[in-house]
Design a protein around this ligand. Structure first.
Ligand code: ADP
Length: 326
């Protein structure tokens, strides 16, 4: 089980942190993937662009290989059981722990005028989404580690108080570690809303991709063989590892270690490899977005599968809590 908020164009971080794992997992597991539209209301109360964004997230995931016939792919707001479970879980979540959450503190800093209760209880709603299907594996990027730890705490509290209903959910990635795709300006991560010139979007055209990559921060190169890489340089290598061939990576590693690296050439190569990776996805997205009837069919089918699983869980939950009077 996992979800992505419809708050803008998807980027390379969403792809490598999340979607790439969805596409593999759908072959092996019973999967539920969701467009987290309710979550987006915590930071984007203006809904003028919501429908377009929901359609875009659906199309972008499908273009990346998510198959609505294999996984349940649905919109969060179509499953009312989520809101009911969220309410019960809110009784088990404490103000102090919610206020300590890193993402909450970041968002308070970013928009001090909109510190709403939904923002504070964001990890509770996220827990409801996950455990509604009694999911145990959650494919997410590294930025979600703390939320998953909170989800485990809420689950433990529920199970302790009302009996074992839920498995403890774990963050999941096919590689050894959770992925963080760095932004092109040498600090932070690629993200939908911040720092758009330092983030590569799946919708960027070829020229935009080249422009962004060529602007990435570099320096005059190392002066000692086998030096340690500064963070902005190791980030470039990290991006290269995502899209370039083994041969190309080895060449630039060797050039760096022998102090022969030409960052202009490295960025040109990286830009071309990014274009080759992103362009086919972008073209597929445009085709899917043009087909409203297909998108509607995807949402309806996904909601049907998600509702079946949700209503089974909620029967167990109401029973466990003691909300059964006849
Ligand atoms: P954003 O932070 O861009 O708004 P979301 O909060 O909707 O994205 O996250 C959707 C998924 O993408 C989550 O699983 C998250 O861990 C992953 N993700 C987002 N940014 C990155 C990144 N830079 N590197 C790795 N994974 C990321």
């Amino acid at each position: 089980m996992s979800g992505i908020r419809p708050t803008g164009f998807l980027h390379l971080g969403n792809y490598f942190g999340a979607i790439r794992n969805y596409v593999k997992m759908q072959e092996e597991f019973e999967c539920y993937f969701m467009v987290a539209d309710l979550h987006s209301l915590t930071t984007h109360p203006d809904t003028k662009e919501l429908k377009g964004n929901v359609h875009r997230v659906l199309a972008e995931n499908i273009a990346c290989g998510l198959d609505p016939d294999k996984a349940a792919f649905y919109c969060q707001s179509h499953i009312y059981e989520t809101s009911e479970l969220y309410l019960y879980l809110n009784m088990l979540a404490y103000k102090g722990e919610l206020e300590k959450t890193t993402t909450f503190k970041d968002k308070v800093r970013q928009s001090p005028d909109n510190v709403n209760a939904g923002l504070l209880t964001y990890p509770v709603l996220q827990t409801a989404d996950i455990i509604l299907h009694r999911a145990s594996l959650v494919p997410v990027g590294k930025d979600q580690e703390q939320h998953l730890e909170m989800a485990r705490n809420f689950v433990k509290r529920f199970n302790h108080r009302y009996g074992d209903v839920f498995p403890e959910p774990m963050a999941f990635n096919y590689s050894q570690e959770l992925v963080k795709v760095p932004s092109l300006d040498g600090s932070g991560k690629m993200s939908k809303s911040e720092n758009q010139m330092a983030t590569l979007y799946l919708a960027d055209d070829d020229e935009m991709i080249r422009k962004k990559v060529m602007k990435a921060k570099t320096d005059a190169g190392p002066t000692e063989p086998n030096s340690e890489k500064p963070e902005y340089i190791s980030n470039l290598f990290l991006l290269m590892k995502l899209v370039s061939s083994q041969e190309v990576i080895e060449k630039y590693e060797a050039d760096f270690n022998t102090c022969n690296i030409r960052y202009g050439d490295m960025k040109k190569q990286l830009a071309e490899d990014m274009v080759a990776f992103i362009a086919p996805i972008r073209e597929k997205v445009d085709g899917i977005l043009a087909d409203d009837a297909y998108l509607r069919q995807v949402m309806e089918k996904g909601a049907e599968k998600a509702r079946a699983s949700a209503s089974e869980t909620m029967k167990l939950v109401r029973e466990a809590i003691g909300l059964n009077y006849f």
